[in-house]
Design a binder for this molecule. Sequence first.
Ligand code: IMP
Ligand code: MG
Length: 170
Amino acid sequence: MLRPIISQERIERRLDELAAQIRRDYEGKDFTIVAIMKGAIFFLVDLLRRVDLPARLDVVHVSSYTGTVSGGAVKVLADMTLDVRNRHVLLIDDILDTGLTLTHVLEELERQGPHSLKTCVLLSKKARRQVEIEPAYCGFEIGDEYVVGYGLDHNDRYRHLPYIAALEEE
Ligand code: IMP
Ligand code: MG
């Protein structure tokens, strides 16, 4: 069963705020956005249109989840193609949960020697954190529940929903 928790209107309003902040922080800089596939796709597109800066764009494809359980080990399924040495890099993901995924990708990016490296997530579940990590930009703090919609999936379904919903057992 799907229980809506964040409406499309709230997402859009929050995106306006985040985009304004990001635009202020990166205007005039050599700016590269790296998004984690596939969950961040919807967030990335709607956000970048609003930020409206000539950013470079790259993606990494990682996976750690099966169903609603984090597998722990983060697998990089497809790596990025741009060189981010000396660039200002913003890493974008749909949700910060245990923090293992972002930490892993941040370490890989750090090795390339970016000028700066920050993170932006639509959602954060603070209660679930296993490693200490605070995103520079965060859309919404949510409770410890499995959510779908707006790019977030359960076994690759429900990404299309224009709002965020908690997925509950029947
Ligand atoms: P972490 O490594 O535990 O922080 O998990 C991050 C990744 O797990 C995200 O990129 C999501 O793809 C996925 N994930 C974590 N929580 C949820 C959720 O509630 N719904 C859907 N995907 C989730
Ligand atoms: Mg993901």
